[in-house]
Design a protein around this ligand. Structure first.
Ligand code: 0A1
Ligand code: ZN
Length: 865
């Protein structure tokens, strides 16, 4: 086949069932770095011990390393006593314990993959998860080999005055030629993916935390001097996280220092290296001028996430990468609950479900669907997914719900106590919950095994003669790659039955749906009740019901579960929009009335109102259709938005002026007011009111914070007014010097619902400020664009081509970031035949590139299946 002439051999498949314990352990390692961006030497001394009775040689993983010297027990090995096999160093050893010494050289400034030791903005830093340590030194690079690290760093003192590594600092001194050195010791055995070092000219926001047992911890957030004023929120989040983990999980910090460093070039959000977290600067730096409230919340959530990993990830780590959700799902669950406690539980739950549906439900229904504990992979970097993280968190949340707070805490205490210092499995976690919490999770374990989002069909039948209500539930799980047939899951559903006359119910119940079909009976209902189901989004499933628009309108006005109330409104809107997309006459009166009710309810939290009145996204509407019609979805959604805007115009004007703040604050009330104000502006402009763009432009101009300025820009970017171009130019001139804010400029245009977005993205890709070497910049242009359903799926196919061009150009430089752009092209089965063919053609073009990374090969080849 001419179009599949990939020159690269298919990458090997790693399987969960092939796990076997390591042949050799490494109780201690001493590392000596002589650091320089142009040439760094790394001397590693490993104590190795034979693990069990076998005659396997020692295998030390390496990626791109050349051993300049290999010593065993102090003696230099002759060249024929070791060899390299696919980059790994193989040494035959006779005894049960030896000392191994290797010397390698690295060129950090040429490391564009941002894995291993690399240079970013004048700093030297590392990223080792998942398999980056093998790019630094020869080592068994697997999470079940735990070692005590002692690290010596030497560097030029003027260029790299700060030298940081894991654990506690032990000694430092001056060398010759303007060089200096520092020694760090980490007393906690850790897998090598948690190793880190940083060298650079950094300033410190220093603080202190006293743990519950009285230990003083020195806290440091390290950034470029000019960024120091933007670190206050991250520091507060860190102290709040430390206190929260003590209060809620009884987990205390365990070293004398805790350092965080912000770097500009980073493949993911942040990394939980023991005692030395390294962050993408977007999750540390925040001030009102450049960060939105969403950014502030992102900083708080990610700082907490990385901190919480100190227990869920570091003290108890993963046995192998198939267990990734053991640390990630649990830690996301922990950071979600922390953020809820810091702000609003209702709003946080709605936001988290919105993200789950947008990212994870899509993944679960496409060619890359996988269980939260996958069975196989080619490249583990591709498995840092919404499924492992966000669905993983939902699985933990269901266990917490079934157990209740106290028993869940007993389970988590048992888990931490039993596995402290170990590399554990998902099964260990579930077993601890069973034992500590006193529950049988046999069937529940299927959540770890089966991919795909379960569908639950719920039908309520009422018999007025007997006053009986039957709730018939049916579950089905769609086939996913490699899993054509599924077993029924254990699905916890919180339900309530509302009396339509009073707007109240007799209590919330937790029903366990465990069979393919099951009925639940309720007595004592003279009138037919209205069903509120999956309250609080108690299970990550898609629920279909036979509720009428009237029922949904009723729930959107009186459900006392905030998530269910939000959900009722969303469903009301979805029903109208899906009808309109199918060409049916539109009856939007119920939606408009429900929105009116919501925005005029004085008892509701403004942030909740803003979430609830927001129309479902174009992508979410696409997910409800067998074949996504991106143009019809866009047209129907715009029309409904215009109608809601126009019908309630005086109310939007009133809200918009009423919520104008007098001065900036980060209080929940101030944040809620901004959120509602931006929603009102959005509807006001959508109404088509003549002065809409001028009002948006005034907000853009006058705002004293980025939340309002960026929202005004986004609103204008969707339209075609003269103010649009002016605002885009002003924003660029004002923030062009600040990388994180410039990202917003790219992102807002790439996300714009504007007929020319495809062409504008093409042009922005050639803009002088665009670069493929910064992952944030790539994501803010191409990542955002690929999430803009209407623009990306432009019938010309040009959107597909732009993203494929970017993947191809980026792959040799940064395969991880390139591979993350592939999934949007893989959704071709959900589109019409013309678009599907265009998408497939781009995937094939990508796969035909010579020398493609296994990251991109895996994603693109699976996407074609
Ligand atoms: N463990 C980190 C995620 C992470 C994974 C890989 C990275 O490098 C390529 C970086 C970070 C977390 O969950 O925050
Ligand atoms: Zn994590």
């Amino acid at each position: 086949m001419a179009d599949m002439q990939s020159s690269t051999a298919a990458p090997a498949i790693i399987r969960r069932c092939d796990y076997s314990p390591p042949d050799w352990l490494v109780p201690t390692i001493a590392l000596d770095f002589d650091l320089d961006p142009a040439l760094t030497s790394v001397r590693a001394t490993l104590s190795v011990t034979r693990n069990g009775d076998h005659d396997q040689p020692l295998r030390l993983d390496g990626d791109g390393l050349v051993p300049l010297e290999v010593k065993v027990d102090g003696a230099v090995l002759a060249a024929d006593d070791w060899h390299l096999e696919a980059g790994s160093l193989i040494i035959a050893l006779t005894g049960t314990a030896h000392s191994i010494e290797t010397l390698v050289e690295l060129v950090p400034e040429n490391n564009s993959k941002l894995m291993g030791l690399y240079a970013s903005g004048g700093l030297l830093c590392t990223q080792c998860e998942a398999e980056g340590f093998r790019r630094i030194t020869f080592f068994p690079d697997r999470p079940d080999v735990l070692s005590r690290y002692s690290v010596r760093l030497t560097a030029d003192k003027a260029r790299f005055p700060i030298l940081l590594a894991n654990g506690d600092p032990v000694e430092q001194g001056e060398g010759d030629d303007g060089r200096h050195w520092a020694r760090w010791n980490d007393p906690f055995p850790k897998p090598c993916y948690l190793f880190a070092l940083v060298a650079g000219d950094l300033a410190c926001n220093a603080d202190r935390f006293v743990t519950m047992s009285g230990g003083a911890v020195q806290l440091g957030i390290w950034v470029r001097e000019a960024d120091l004023p933007r670190t206050a929120h991250a520091m507060q989040a860190l102290k709040d996280s430390m206190a929260w983990d003590e209060r809620v999980y009884g987990r205390e910090y365990d070293l004398d220092v805790f350092n965080i460093v912000a770097v500009a070039d980073f493949n993911f959000g942040a990394m939980e290296n023991k005692g030395l977290n390294i962050f993408n600067s977007r999750y540390i730096l925040a001030d009102p001028e450049t960060a939105t409230d969403i950014d502030y919340d992102g900083v708080e959530g990610v700082v907490a996430h990385e901190y919480f990993h100190n227990w869920s990830g570091n003290r108890v780590t993963c046995r192998d990468w198939f267990q990734l959700s053991l640390k990630e799902g649990f830690t996301v669950f922990r950071d979600q609950n922390f953020s809820a406690d810091m702000g609003s539980h209702a709003v946080k739950r709605i936001e988290d479900v919105r993200i789950l549906r947008a990212a994870q439900f899509q993944e679960d229904s496409g060619p890359l669907a996988h269980p939260i504990r996958p069975e196989s992979y080619m490249e583990i970097s591709n498995f840092y997914t919404a499924t492992i993280y966000n669905k993983g968190a939902e699985i933990i949340r269901m266990m917490a719900l079934m157990l209740g707070a106290e028993r869940f805490r007993a389970g988590s205490d048992l888990y931490f106590d039993r596995h402290d210092g170990q590399a554990a499995t998902c099964e260990d976690f579930v077993a601890a919950m069973e034992e500590g919490g006193g529950i049988d999770l046999t069937q529940f374990r299927r959540w770890y095994e089966q991919a795909g989002t379960p569908h639950v069909r719920a039908l309520l039948r009422h018999d007025p003669v007997t006053g009986t209500v039957e709730l018939d539930l049916q579950q089905s799980i769609p086939p996913t790659p490699g899993q054509p047939d599924k077993q029924p899951m254990a699905i916890p559903l919180r339900v309530a039955l509302f009396d339509p006359a009073t707007g109240t119910h007799q209590g919330d119940q937790l029903l366990m749906l465990t069979e393919a079909q099951q009925s639940f009976r309720f007595e004592g209902f003279t009138a037919a009740p209205i069903l509120s189901i999956n309250r609080g989004f108690s299970a990550p499933v898609i629920v279909e019901t036979n509720r009428s628009q009237d029922d949904l309108a009723f729930l959107s006005a009186c459900d006392d579960d905030p998530f269910a109330r939000y959900e009722a409104m969303q469903q009301l809107m979805v029903n109208v929009l899906i009808g309109a997309i199918a060409g049916q006459p539109v009856d939007d009166a119920a939606v408009i009335a429900a929105v009116r009710n919501t925005i005029t309810d004085p008892l509701l939290d403004p942030a909740f109102i803003a979430e609830t009145i927001r129309l479902p996204s174009e992508a979410y509407l696409g997910d409800q259709m067998a074949v996504v019609d991106a143009d019809a979805i866009h047209a129907a959604r715009e029309a409904l938005q215009q109608r809601i805007g126009a019908e309630l115009e005086p109310l939007w004007r009133d809200i918009h002026s009423r919520t104008k703040a007098n001065g900036f604050s980060l209080s929940p009330a101030a944040k809620g007011a901004r959120k509602l104000r931006n929603a009102a502006l959005h509807y006001l402009v959508a109404s088509g009111a003549e002065d809409g763009p001028a009002i948006a432009f005034a907000q853009f101009h006058e705002a004293d914070n980025m939340t309002e300025r960026q929202a005004a820009l986004a609103t204008l970017a969707n339209g075609t007014s003269a103010e649009r171009d002016a605002a885009i130019d002003i924003f660029y001139n004002r923030y062009g010097h600040d990388a994180l804010t410039l990202d917003k400029w790219f992102q807002t245009q790439a996300f714009a619902l504007h007929p020319d977005t495809v062409d504008q993205v093409e042009e922005l890709g050639r803009h002088k400020a665009f670069t493929l070497s910064n992952p944030n910049r790539v994501r803010s242009l191409y990542g955002a664009f690929a999430g803009n359903q209407w623009a990306f799926h432009h019938r010309s196919g040009k959107g597909y081509q732009l993203v494929a061009d970017c993947i191809i150009a980026l792959d040799s430089r940064n395969p991880q970031t390139a591979a993350r752009l592939v999934p949007p092209l893989g959704r071709w089965k959900r589109f019409d035949a013309d678009r599907a063919a265009l998408m497939r053609a781009q995937l094939q073009r990508i796969l035909a590139q010579p020398g493609l990374s296994k990251d991109v090969i895996e994603q693109a080849s699976k996407s074609l299946e």
